[in-house]
Design a protein around this ligand. Structure first.
Ligand SMILES: Cc1ncc(COP(=O)(O)O)c(C=O)c1O
Length: 377
């Protein structure tokens, strides 16, 4: 385990590495195995590839070290995608008759899960992320699910405060930490019971794999999530797990670059008359900034804003040269999209979610300014 006093960069490059063994690689390659040699009684260790895999073990240790530096006993489980990780927490923790509180403004596939939960006789209450609106609907809840910053609106809620109130009301708290990554925010340290993320985004950062994880301090809860993974089989392939671990080594480099360019882009956009509804939690006058600054160490790579209408937004996207019109976010190549095209988010037709990559900031900002000018001409 890496020293808890190390900086984020040192931890990112060393996290999850096994002890050095002469003639062995630093990070062992992916282990492709459906089953492992298992003579006699199965007494622990690797047996079957749906339950455990050595490549996952290294990655799970690495993510655990980032989620809770220096802390023993935090268990991390990796999944085939962020949705698999989210479903594993919700469906392993909730029973018929339970109440769950979820965001009105979270990731747009969450409502599909609400339907599933309701079909199982679970009451789903919704509350907006901003302003800690969850407090008003907490009574009797078994689980509070928060996503902060929220995707795509970038509202932020006060994790410490919500955890305090939720625990007092007898509810567990799970935080979708996808936008922040553990370098931006560590939900377990803020008191949450589960830190959950789509590692498809900033954690792995190259837009080439799908992955998710759940980190959890309570061994019983972790065992329930583990059991769910075994039952449903939503497991990552060894190649994906290995690529993810390899990508974590550059997490701090990528995130620092992306966050500082995101702030520079947001500051530039703030001066444009054709841009409205600008949101970036790192901007000092953003409505989320005060709470974000209390609990986040980096403010993320996503900037949201609105252009006048759908036509202007589409034109802007077409004019961009070094930004791909694509969904998802957090990757080293900048992407942007008109979120309204999906129909799932409560956003204006001209709403753009812009994911800042690792390009040179001057090039990126120049491209955006040129595309804005072209879109308005
Ligand atoms: C905040 C958030 N959580 C979860 C997910 C789902 O992750 P995945 O696509 O890896 O299943 C996404 C995907 O965009 C997301 O933005």
């Amino acid at each position: 385990m890496t020293d808890k006093n190390y900086g984020d960069g040192t931890r990112a490059v060393r996290a999850g590495l096994p002890d050095p063994v002469k003639y062995e690689p630093t990070l062992p390659g992916p282990v492709f195995a459906a089953h492992f040699h298992l003579p006699g009684e199965p007494t622990g260790g690797y047996a079957y590839g749906r339950d455990e895999n050595p490549t996952w073990t290294h990655l799970e240790r690495a993510i655990g070290e980032l989620e809770a530096p220096g802390e023993q006993g935090v268990e991390t489980l990796v999944f085939a995608s962020g949705m698999a990780a989210i479903s594993a927490v919700l469906l392993s923790q909730l029973r018929t008759g339970d109440v769950v509180v979820v965001p009105t403004d979270g990731y747009q596939a969450l409502p599909l899960l609400h339907e599933q939960l309701r079909a199982y006789g679970i009451e789903v209450r919704t509350a907006p992320t901003g302003g800690d609106g969850q407090l008003a609907v907490l009574e009797g809840a078994r689980l509070l699910w928060i996503e902060t910053p929220s995707n795509p609106g970038l509202d932020v809620c006060d994790i410490r405060r919500l955890v305090r109130e939720a625990h007092a009301a007898g509810a567990l708290v799970a935080v979708d930490n996808t936008l922040a990554t553990p370098l931006g925010q560590r939900p377990l340290e803020l008191g949450a019971d589960f830190s959950v993320a789509s590692d498809t985004k900033g954690m792995t950062g190259h837009g080439d794999i799908l992955l998710g994880h759940v980190s959890c301090r309570d061994p019983e809860r972790a065992a329930e999530v583990r059991r769910w993974r075994k039952v449903v089989g939503a497991i990552p392939g060894p190649m994906e797990a290995w690529l993810a671990h390899r990508s974590l080594a550059t997490l701090q480099l990528r995130i620092d670059r992306q966050c500082s360019t995101a702030l520079a882009l947001a500051q530039t956009l703030a001066g444009r008359a054709d841009v409205t509804g600008l949101r970036y939690p790192g901007l000092p006058d953003d409505p989320s900034h005060t709470v974000a600054a209390r609990q986040m160490r980096r403010f993320g790579s996503v900037v949201s804003f609105e252009l006048a209408d759908r036509k202007r937004a589409d034109r802007f996207l077409e004019e961009l040269r070094i930004v791909d019109d694509a969904t998802s976010f957090g990757g080293v190549r900048s992407t942007a999209e008109r979120r309204g095209r999906w129909g799932g988010d409560a956003v204006a037709e001209g709403f753009i979610r812009f994911s800042v990559g690792a390009e040179d900031p001057e090039d990126l900002i120049a491209d955006v300014l040129r595309a804005l000018d072209e879109a308005g001409s």
